[in-house]
Ligand binder design. Structure first.
Ligand code: FES
Length: 239
């Protein structure tokens, strides 16, 4: 940690960022904060913004967010350490998350996890020596209809097997392009994805298919049988 907060000439005492980076962060933070009635409501996106610069929620990032939002470092840290999307140390270019929640686990997620641990020689929340891949166990990604699921920087790779997951991480490490099953057909770096989550779209959100046949199976059956949802009764609301 001391390495992360160490300052070099030109960095400010206020946050540990060099002046150009601090100004860029401040400008971006102002854009985000303007979207909310209360500045502190911008806390989560600003933590993503910090990750887009540092690759994790760094001590200097916590200090920057706290000063920007009028919070204490402890308040910002309390939130940053609650959500698993916020990283507490630097990771790789690609965070590969294997869903190990019940449905994915029994459909092959556990086998994928064991294969990747063996293949990469790292365990949960560890990064390959080349800095390319951070491996982590993740909880349900709301993609159970495509179990078992692997995510790379929050992009879906559905219906995986140990073999396809190994090829996926090998391609990432070799710099070969990989294509998510749904959404955009490319994967950006963890820092680039963090900037999108901070509220700065990269134009990829609407690309590619979203809901696939498995997701829409219930709707298809309903259409085939002429089923419709019960009418919404506003008078019942609030009773
Ligand atoms: S259990 Fe894996 S996506 Fe839901």
């Amino acid at each position: 940690m001391s390495q992360a907060i160490g300052r070099t000439p030109g960095q400010t005492h206020a946050t540990g960022y060099d002046e150009a980076t601090r100004q860029r962060l401040a400008a971006d933070a102002a854009v985000v904060m303007a979207r909310y009635p209360q500045p502190r409501s911008a806390l989560l996106p600003l933590l993503h913004l910090v990750q887009s610069v540092d690759g994790y929620v760094s001590p200097r990032g916590i200090a920057f967010v706290a000063r920007t939002l009028g919070l204490t470092n402890a308040e910002v840290s309390a939130v940053a350490t609650f959500y698993t999307q916020f990283k507490r140390h630097p990771g790789g270019t690609y965070t590969v998350g294997v869903c190990i929640t019940a449905l994915c686990a029994v459909m092959g997620g556990d086998a994928i996890w064991e294969e990747l641990v063996e293949h990469l020689g790292i365990d949960d929340d560890q990064t390959t020596a080349d800095g390319a891949v951070t491996l982590e166990r993740v909880e349900c990604n709301a993609a159970c209809d495509y179990a078992p699921v692997v995510m790379v920087n929050w992009e879906f790779f559905d219906n995986q097997t140990p073999a396809t997951a190994v090829k996926l991480v090998d391609d990432l490490r070799a710099g070969r392009p990989v294509a998510p099953t749904r959404g955009a057909d490319t994967v950006v770096t963890f820092r680039a994805a963090s900037r999108v989550l901070a509220g700065f779209p990269d134009g990829r959100a609407g690309q590619g298919p979203a809901a696939g046949p498995a997701t829409l199976a219930g709707l298809r059956v309903a259409h085939e049988h002429g089923w419709t949802a019960a009418a919404y009764d506003e008078a019942e609301e609030g009773k």
